[in-house]
Unconditional design. Structure first.
Length: 680
């Protein structure tokens, strides 16, 4: 079998050589001038591309991503000689395609039974870096040959080499030798000694593999290979070669800069990959316009960090938090915070599913009301009982046996809520959740534990906030989005958002639900989060206080706040409930926006409702009694005991494989000299 495989490789290699020889001969001898026009290079002039720029919704720059460049008009002669000697010895002899090198490479690859040597010229690498991607296809290779021939026709060898040395990827997020010189040695090009130049030239083949940060021994060996090549080709003498090998080289420590809003930017980069491709993004020259409001984003991050610090002082062990704000009318993400400290934990909790607890209740209450099964005044059976093997309970021993729909949601009674879901039906609830944009439901969730947020995977803060947009948006859900527009620096549009809204509930349903959820803020479990302007919301707490929630909204904004630990550890400490932990984050965030005049809503007179009879105190009020409420239940949220029938299950702390944890540029393939871009 091996000889058959070897024979096949020989035949394939010969065919490839013949094809490229013919293409190269034709291109380099008969049609170069025509190719300059056909490839679009006739009116093209080289310009150093800047990093891709991300903008806030007001058009002001947020940050830059992609490879850094420092343009140099000229380069030390020794560097030029070394690069040509190592990367393309016949650079000054060929016309962009070196058929001799191609034949030699094919022969060596056939003998090795694998790709052992490449044959791209400096001109081909420059064409690939400037105009193509790194996909390994014959189509791309042919395009590369044509572009290389056009470059050779239009530009001098010196100009092509200059482009190459300004564009070649060198690791540490740098493109070009000038940027690399500063990053690795803290010097400009003209201050480099020959030993340092040999190091940089050696890194061209595979900058991430030969990085001094991870493989200094391998880089030293590669430097010696470069020195040997220079000696063999007569660029340097044997004596100088020995001196260069022994000369000490000192590298500058790499300290990557953490830009603003790291959780947001890493999520944005992940989204961009599906739109324009990583290579284009990292190569630069892209303008990215987002929906992010600068003031809201800063206020959100400050609110999260301050609350985390405050909880630490109180001995409450909620180390991670997330906050997502949406414009309910467009679905535009106005703020996204995925954690407290990106340096400590890169998991973006704003987009990872967690158990929602009682924060899920308004979603199926609205569905039942929309189907005409309940009204705010419908009386529900709140007596603990068996629902086909599922036995929820209310935390308060004095919870009434009968309660109205309004009071069941305001005080978050569990048994009455299960009664609502039981009337609605699991299948109908599933369809409604999907209409609300929930994408993480699974077959195992088709049971009544759904009523208390007991899901296999859970719901992310982003999707939960998006589901709540129906309440201030008259029953319509606008699909959430982050990118408004992506375009090149020349103004060519690569992506344009197309917002889409769907009606989920009727206006009448939303009017009733909005009234109830505003009551939650006035006299229910959400009183801690009350602010000066009209607002509605719902709290949520899961078993052992693993997930603590508050989701609130005004006419302007819907915001979900989650607190807990990304690894699923229970939150320890006094009053570890959603209303008391997540609620203040929402309140402080909204107050900052209100007093900064960011919100359009104005305070309105809200008459105090006098109850006709004394009401049972909320569990939040019971904290003053000697006996502490049972751990794992929220004041007024009435969570059940631990176990499979609990209000929630332990969330999985793992990060989905497609979710990036940092906006670092991708690693180029060994032997490829190119600039990569992050996908949009």
């Amino acid at each position: 079998m091996k000889w058959l495989q070897r024979t096949g490789l020989v035949i394939a290699g010969l065919l490839v050589f013949i094809v490229f020889f013919l293409v190269g001969a034709s291109v380099t001898k008969t049609t170069p001038r025509l190719l300059v026009s056909l490839t679009g290079l006739k009116n093209w002039e080289y310009q150093t591309r800047q990093q891709s720029v991300i903008y806030y919704s007001d058009g002001k720059p947020m940050t830059e991503i992609g490879y850094k460049r420092t343009y140099s008009q000229d380069f030390p002669q020794f560097m030029q000689d070394a690069v040509v000697a190592v990367e393309d010895q016949r650079f000054y002899e060929h016309n962009g395609l070196d058929t001799r090198s191609i034949g030699r490479a094919i022969y060596k690859n056939i003998r090795a039974g694998k790709k052992a040597e490449g044959a791209s010229t400096i001109t081909q690498q420059t064409a690939r870096t400037l105009f193509l991607t790194q996909e390994k296809t014959y189509t791309r290779k042919i395009k590369e040959v044509l572009l290389a021939s056009a470059l050779e026709e239009k530009f001098s060898k010196q100009a092509i080499l200059n482009m190459y040395l300004n564009e070649i990827y060198m690791g540490r997020g740098c493109s070009g030798m000038a940027c690399a010189a500063n990053s690795y040695f803290g010097k400009d090009l003209w201050s480099l000694n020959r030993a340092e130049i040999c190091m940089l030239v050696g890194m061209i083949q595979a900058p991430e593999h030969y990085s001094p940060d991870t493989n200094r021994e391998g880089l030293k060996q590669r430097q010696e290979v470069v020195i040997n090549v220079l000696s063999e080709q007569g660029v340097i003498g044997l004596d100088e070669a020995r001196v260069l090998k022994q000369q000490a080289v000192y590298f500058r420590n790499y300290q990557p800069n953490q830009g603003p809003h790291p959780y947001l930017v890493s999520y944005l980069v992940w989204k961009l990959k599906d739109l324009v491709g990583a290579e284009r993004l990292y190569q630069g020259g892209i303008n990215i316009y987002t929906t992010i409001d600068r003031n809201m984003q800063n206020a959100a991050e400050n609110a999260v960090v301050k609350q985390a610090r405050s909880l630490g002082y109180q001995g409450i062990t909620a180390r991670d938090m997330a906050l997502v704000s949406l414009d309910p009318h467009t679905g535009g993400i106005k703020a996204l915070v995925g954690g407290v400290d990106f340096g400590r934990n890169q998991l973006n909790m704003a987009v990872l599913p967690r158990q929602p607890g009682s924060a899920i209740k308004p979603l199926y209450y609205a569905a039942a009301m929309n189907d005409g099964l309940i009204t705010p005044d419908t009386i529900l059976n709140n007596r603990p009982r068996d629902f086909g093997g599922y036995q929820p309970r209310n935390q308060q021993s004095s919870a009434p046996d009968q309660v109205s729909v309004r009071e069941a949601l305001v005080r978050s009674y569990n048994v009455a809520s299960v009664e609502v879901l039981n009337q609605l039906g699991i299948e109908r609830a599933f369809r409604s959740m999907e209409d609300l944009g929930i994408t993480t439901l699974e077959e195992d969730d088709r049971n009544l534990a759904l009523a208390l947020g007991g899901l296999k995977r859970g719901i992310s803060p982003l999707e939960l906030a998006n589901a709540y947009t129906v309440f201030p948006n008259n029953g319509y859900r606008a699909e959430h989005y982050l990118l408004e527009r992506v375009e090149t620096v020349e103004g060519r549009v690569l992506y344009q958002s197309k917002t889409k809204s769907v009606r989920v509930f009727s206006r009448g349903t939303i009017r009733e639900m909005d009234n109830i959820l505003r009551d939650v803020m006035k006299r229910g479990t959400g009183t801690v989060a009350a602010i000066a302007i009209p607002a509605g919301g719902k709290t949520g707490t899961t078993t052992d206080s693993r997930d603590l929630w508050f989701v609130g909204y005004t006419n302007d904004l819907v915001t979900a706040v989650w607190a807990g630990n990304s690894n699923g550890e229970p939150v320890k400490g006094y009053n570890a409930y959603g209303g008391r932990i997540a609620g203040p984050v929402w309140r402080n965030y909204m107050n900052t926006l209100y007093y900064s005049h960011v919100l359009e809503d104005k305070p309105s007179y809200q008459p105090v409702e006098e109850p006709s009879e004394p009401e049972e105190p909320l569990e939040e009020d019971l904290e003053l009694e000697e006996e502490q409420p049972e751990e794992g239940t929220e004041p007024g949220d009435n969570e059940p005991d631990t176990g499979k029938d609990n209000d929630a299950t332990t969330p999985s702390p793992s990060l989905p494989p497609e979710e990036p944890v940092s906006p670092a540029p991708p690693e180029p393939s060994p032997g490829d000299a190119r600039i990569e871009v992050i996908d949009l």
